[in-house]
Design a protein around this ligand. Structure first.
Ligand code: NCD
Length: 306
């Protein structure tokens, strides 16, 4: 049985196959409309979510399956003190596959050790968010036609942003990837990722504070929200929250074929005036997130459609 805890749980070949499947689903959705009939997906969300929970559910419904779950710790027995391992043993009796989001790093990993069904990590604290990465990779591959030879700007909260951590882990396996890490000093990419992932793989990167300096060099600009819920004090958050605001003037500095991605939710870091720019791809990215999760559910359940 397979789980998805990190993007590295899939080899590059498996990842390419999964993205091919997602593209086939996009082109021929009807072919897959009954693939998961009789199967159930449980969504176990101990932290707020709009896209990740609903896109997993939409994915399963699009495949003809059904869904059950909870959307906050308060509405589950976690509020009575139940452990993740007891909850997953229980859910294993109700569903065929589950997606779990939890504020504690490693909670989905604990779950998969006690689970009889595949577990998808739908975000664990400031650690990883592998299905967002699958979404990001499908979006980049669809828009740019490749996952190699790209200069990727990662901007905002690189310290706590789990989507950034997972995306870096996945992209370093492709040739010719270069990162520009754009953040205030306080929100720099953690040292363990710079050292263990970037340096160890000889990945070229620079760290800059000003977004304007990076713009002209980028193929992809990946904007992120300052992760309010992971700050230790409100004051630091307030100081950081509007550090970057992407607006029309800054978009003028970017190449014509650069795309702006954002895992969403957006707060202030992208001005709504950018939404009409053909390079703003964050809502297209949401749509890709459904196709890729359909492909992931089929892959983890080992269901093949001819
Ligand atoms: C992200 C997350 O939850 O980490 N959202 C998402 O799943 N698309 C990003 C964020 O909350 O800032």
């Amino acid at each position: 049985m397979r789980h998805l805890m990190s993007p590295l749980d899939l080899s590059v070949e498996e990842l390419d196959t999964l993205l091919d499947l997602a593209q086939d689903i996009e082109a021929h959705p009807d072919k897959y409309a009954h693939a998961c009939e009789g199967k159930k997906l449980a969504t176990l969300f101990y932290e707020p979510s709009t896209r990740t929970r609903l896109s997993h559910e939409a994915a399963m419904l699009n495949l003809g399956g059904s869904v059950l779950g909870f959307s906050s710790a308060d509405s589950s027995s976690a509020s009575k003190g139940e452990s993740v391992s007891d909850t997953i043993r229980t859910v294993s009796c109700y569903a065929d596959i589950c997606a779990m989001r939890h504020p504690k790093e490693g909670a989905p990993m604990v779950a998969c050790q006690h689970s009889k069904i595949p577990v998808i990590n739908a975000g664990d604290g400031g650690h990883q968010h592998p299905t967002q990465t699958l979404t990001d990779l499908l979006t980049i591959r669809s828009l740019k036609g490749r996952l190699n030879n790209l200069t990727i700007g990662l901007c905002g909260d690189l310290k706590f942003g789990r989507t950034v951590h997972s995306l870096i882990n996945a992209l370093v396996r492709y040739e010719g990837i270069r990162f520009i890490l754009i953040s205030p000093e306080e929100l720099r990419l953690p040292e363990y990722i710079r050292h263990d992932v970037l340096d160890r793989n000889n990945i070229p990167y620079e760290e800059v504070v000003r977004l304007e300096d990076a713009m002209p060099q980028l193929d992809i600009l990946y904007m992120t929200r300052v992760q309010k819920e992971r700050f230790f004090n409100e004051e630091d958050y307030v100081r950081m929250k509007d550090f970057y605001i992407l607006d029309k003037a800054k978009m003028k500095l970017a190449p014509e074929d650069m795309y702006v991605l954002h895992p969403l939710p957006r707060v202030n870091e992208i001005s709504v005036e950018v939404d009409d720019d053909p390079r703003a791809a964050y809502f297209r990215q949401v749509q890709y997130g459904v196709y890729v999760r359909m492909a992931l559910i089929l892959t983890l359940l080992d269901i093949h459609v001819d």
